[in-house]
Design a protein around this ligand. Structure first.
Ligand SMILES: NC(=O)c1ccc[n+]([C@@H]2O[C@H](COP(=O)([O-])OP(=O)(O)OC[C@H]3O[C@@H](n4cnc5c(N)ncnc54)[C@H](OP(=O)(O)O)[C@@H]3O)[C@@H](O)[C@H]2O)c1
Length: 489
């Protein structure tokens, strides 16, 4: 190991195997991330990248997919073959063993499953069968696994069992690329490195919390994929519940992987189980119809490529969740996500209670909003605190104003892209930003009643115009008074 300026260690040697080397994720995210890591000297000194996929290609053609890396002495190899064919893994093993001898990769292997989910268990089994999963003393063999982790609780459990038949939990790195975003990690810094927020972060002062993951894009060319996923599986079960867990969990004993993950699991376990009969009051399912986004007319979901003309797949989902613990009892958490919403934004808004008594006439405070701390995760990453201030002059009036902190303005450093962090941490064996088995299964437990309700079409489908903030029914989740509506981010 060598030490970087920030104290993190870079593994000295190892091989990265990309299963799905010709795919979209590999080309768009993994190779550019590797190139940037190499530019910052954050790849192992003795490093080899081995690609596996069915398309025929030479080692040189493969190396050309990550320009700049070969020039830095990284050796590139490509194994063409199907995951269904035992011979693919025999040849892969020969290639890896040869790399150990020729390039000093020392038996360390990071297997990255950048391929179709139906191949995850198959590849793990084949690695086990060829004796490539077991860690000889002094080496590592790690498996990085992309989302989705299962299609529901039963298939997630099945996949977990298949992986555990071959790999031990400490070898499995389940990605939620949201966790690798700097501003998501900053939720931890904000909460646990400051004295001014945490004392307010509980049921005594917080009225409710709103989490929004809004996209302005539609499904694009991914209609066929999205038909199988929907907002629940694409965003809520994984990213939204992770952001919720970091926002609401108790302070961990340290920032070590298991200390943080223990607290997240504890929080996920505290989410009150959704009862089927309560769902109509707690869940709003939406689908976008034609509208205007950024001044451009856009089609409705049912008219998108690869989408069934009578599809009931949700492109919007809003939920009211309760957390049954001492900190949060009685504080609702409202979460929402959607495609084709007014703009792209991910944020957590903590809305505080009103002061117990206002020594001002009602006319002086009519337009005052509740105090709010907003953690802006993307874009324009930052933190905003809103509060009431006196409007200059007379009569005495109070209006809401903001304190705004922007990452870009405060720091010169470019934050690493999420996939740089994913690859770097997996090579170091730091699992803090990856999901542990029990976290994934708990998240599925939370959403399963909704999965089942959708399967039985037991909840109404509410349409919303593309370019809006979702169906009006979503406001009703917050309450029935005029003031009860989602914050406009
Ligand atoms: N794309 C994204 O932006 C994105 C974002 C987040 C997560 N993910 C996840 O990342 C994973 C990969 O997604 P993707 O979009 O990159 O998929 P993709 O473009 O369809 O790529 C799949 C890759 O797997 C290979 N492959 C498929 N079946 C194979 C088989 N039987 N034997 C050998 N190779 C096989 C394909 O290569 P050949 O056809 O050459 O064999 C290709 O390289 C998925 O789990 C996805 O959910 C993707």
């Amino acid at each position: 190991m060598t030490e970087r300026s920030d104290g993190a260690h870079v593994a000295l040697s190892g091989a990265l195997v990309v299963f799905g080397a010709t795919g979209d994720l590999a080309g768009r995210k993994l190779y550019p991330a590797l190139t940037r890591l190499a530019e910052r000297n954050q790849i192992p000194k003795r490093f080899a990248v081995i690609g596996v996929a069915r398309t025929e290609m030479s080692d040189e053609d493969f190396a050309a997919r990550a320009p700049g890396l070969a020039a830095r002495g990284v050796s590139f190899h490509y194994v063409a073959g199907s995951f269904d064919d035992e011979d693919t893994f025999v040849r892969l093993k020969e290639t890896l063993d040869a790399c150990d001898v020729k390039h000093g990769t020392a038996g360390n292997r990071l297997y990255y499953l950048a391929t179709v989910p139906s191949a995850f268990a198959k590849v793990a089994r084949a690695l086990g069968a060829e004796g490539m999963a077991e860690e000889p003393p002094g080496t590592f063999r790690r498996l990085v696994i992309e989302k989705p982790f299962g299609h529901d609780l039963a298939t997630a459990q099945e996949l977990d069992d298949e992986l555990h038949a071959v790999f031990q939990e400490h070898q499995i790195f389940r990605i939620d690329h949201y966790l690798a975003k700097e501003t998501v990690q900053n939720i931890l810094a904000l909460r646990f490195a400051n004295a001014i927020f945490e004392p307010l972060w509980n049921r005594r002062y917080v009225d409710h919390v709103e989490l929004t993951v809004a996209e302005s894009l539609g499904v694009g060319h991914r209609g066929t994929f999205y038909e199988q996923a929907g907002a629940l599986r694409d965003i809520v079960q994984n990213h939204l519940l992770q952001v919720l867990a970091l926002t609401a969990m108790e302070p961990p004993a340290s920032f070590a992987a298991d200390a943080v993950r223990d607290e997240k699991v504890k929080l996920l376990r505290s989410i009150r189980p959704l009862q089927p009969w309560d769902l109509p009051q707690l869940v709003v399912r939406g689908e976008y119809s034609a509208g205007v986004v950024d001044g451009e007319p856009v089609p409705g979901y049912r008219d998108e490529e690869g989408v069934s003309p009578d599809s009931t797949t949700e492109t919007f989902l809003a939920l009211r969740l309760e957390i049954d613990n001492w900190r949060w009892a009685g504080v609702p958490f409202f979460v929402r996500t959607g495609k084709r919403l007014a703009r792209r934004v991910t944020e957590v808004a903590v809305r505080y209670k009103q002061v117990p008594f206002l020594p001002l006439p009602k006319s002086a405070v009519d337009s005052i909003e509740p105090n709010t701390t907003v953690l802006r995760i993307q874009p324009d990453e930052g933190i905003e605190v809103s509060f009431g201030a006196k409007v200059p002059g007379s009569p005495f009036r109070v209006r809401t104003v903001d304190l705004d902190f922007s990452y870009q303005e405060a720091f010169d450093e470019d934050p690493p892209e999420a996939y740089e962090r994913v690859i770097f941490d997996a090579l170091q064996g730091d699992a803090t930003l990856f999901l542990r088995s029990d976290e994934v299964l708990q998240s599925w437990r939370v959403v399963m009643p909704i999965v089942e309700a959708f399967e039985h079409n037991a909840l109404p489908l509410c349409f919303y115009e593309a370019g809006s903030w979702g169906p009006p029914e979503a406001d009703a989740l917050l309450g029935h008074e005029d003031k009860d509506h989602w914050r406009t981010p």
